[in-house]
Write a protein that binds this ligand. Structure first.
Ligand SMILES: NC(=O)c1ccc[n+]([C@@H]2O[C@H](COP(=O)([O-])OP(=O)(O)OC[C@H]3O[C@@H](n4cnc5c(N)ncnc54)[C@H](O)[C@@H]3O)[C@@H](O)[C@H]2O)c1
Length: 351
């Protein structure tokens, strides 16, 4: 099979879907791999590294989209829309519940599109998990940074120091992103509270990290925590579907001013009412005295780490697409978003 790997077009997205080592394995399987020039540079992989692995370096995006299968990181951007075509297989993060324009393109161009984020194995989401782990950790870094006074924040150190109280971090969601955010904030010394509707998720976190306060999600608990919250992180997920709106404007009004809200779930539409997607050019905006960060490609800021983690996670699935019949594979049915002009993932069907 001919497999194409483009350079990502999303603003300041530095990841590349597959590393040179992964490309070598795909070629050993008998595939031809074309990599767009410069695709790996921001992640520390030069064209020469891919060439050494046996890839063909393509000068144009059109050469990549002429392949049977395009493997990339983020959903196609408007520059890529004209290259979508019937018969093309696409494998990447799609987040179609939050990207109706991309969904319309995939349907109109009859692309067979598989979403990394809904690949389900044993009830888990193994292709979302590594990026969620990174996004959770970055959420805390964003919070720490913007809580500093020169950045517009209230001027507090999340972990505090001796004889000063630590900051309070409230995390919505005890899944992968939420747990990583909570563990990192707790390691800094912050007072961390995690809310989730799943007892099992809370128990898994609390059993390993006794210093993290875990609460069953309900609006009253969140309202009680709001007046002391310094950093609020949204990290909930309904796989494939739009994120549940858990935080209203009324609740945000209860947070003290100069505090920061990071909505990791923005790639699925966001769980904070009224929050607007941002990108790494301006990750945070201030409104009504609060800082809002809602970058849809958070791991894109640490492309060296992210590209290696992503490549490792997706490689077995790309190898399968290269050599096997995806129609006979249950896992690929969980990933299938659109096929032949039809929506295939149930979470994307109109209610
Ligand atoms: N912005 C980015 O760059 C980026 C990167 C990676 C992941 N994400 C997003 O982060 C979010 C979390 O991903 P994850 O891998 O941690 O998911 P996960 O499935 O591991 O965890 C999600 C948690 O949300 C909880 N939840 C769902 N609905 C809830 C509700 N109504 N009330 C309370 N809890 C609820 C679930 O019980 C689950 O524990 C997703 O939206 C994902 O797309 C964003």
């Amino acid at each position: 099979m001919k497999i194409g790997i483009p350079r990502e077009r999303k603003p300041l997205e530095g990841r590349v879907a597959l590393t040179p080592a992964a490309v070598r394995e795909l070629i050993a399987d008998g595939n031809e791999v074309r990599v767009e020039t410069g695709a790996g540079v921001k992640a520390g992989f030069a064209d020469a590294d891919f060439r050494q692995s046996g890839a063909i370096i393509a000068d144009s995006l059109a050469e990549i989209y002429a392949c049977d299968l395009v493997v990339k990181v983020k959903e196609p951007q408007p520059e890529e829309f004209p290259l979508l075509r019937p018969g093309l297989m696409l494998f990447c993060y799609l987040h179609l519940a939050a990207c109706p324009d991309v969904l319309a393109q995939l349907l109109e161009k009859r692309v067979t599109a598989f979403a990394f984020e809904t690949v389900t194995v044993g009830g888990r989401l193994p292709l979302l998990a590594p990026m969620s782990a990174i996004a959770g950790r970055i959420a805390v870094q964003i919070g720490m940074h913007y809580l500093q006074q020169p950045e517009g924040g209230a001027g507090l150190l999340l972990g505090g120091v001796m004889n000063t109280p630590p900051g309070k971090v409230v995390v919505l969601g005890a899944g992968v992103a939420g747990s990583h955010a909570a563990i990192m904030a707790s390691a800094l010394g912050a007072d961390v509270w995690v809310l989730d509707q799943s007892e099992a998720a809370l128990e898994a976190l609390h059993s390993q990290h006794r210093s993290i306060n875990c609460l069953r999600y309900d609006e009253r608990a969140l309202t009680m925590l709001a007046p002391d919250t310094d950093l609020l992180i949204g990290a909930v997920l309904l796989p494939g579907a739009e994120a549940p709106r858990l935080v209203s404007r009324a609740l945000l009004a209860k947070l003290p001013r100069g505090r920061v809200v990071v909505d990791i779930a923005i790639d699925q539409g966001g769980c904070i009412e009224g929050i607007r997607p941002t990108d790494w050019r301006a990750p945070l905006y201030w409104e009504d005295g609060l800082g809002f960060a809602a970058v849809t490609n958070m791991p894109g800021a640490v492309p060296r780490t992210s590209a290696q983690a992503l490549s490792r996670a997706i490689l077995p699935h790309v190898r399968f697409l290269g050599t096997g019949d995806w129609k006979k594979d249950q896992v690929f049915h969980t990933a299938l978003a659109t096929e032949n002009g039809v929506i295939r993932h149930p979470a994307l069907l109109p209610a």
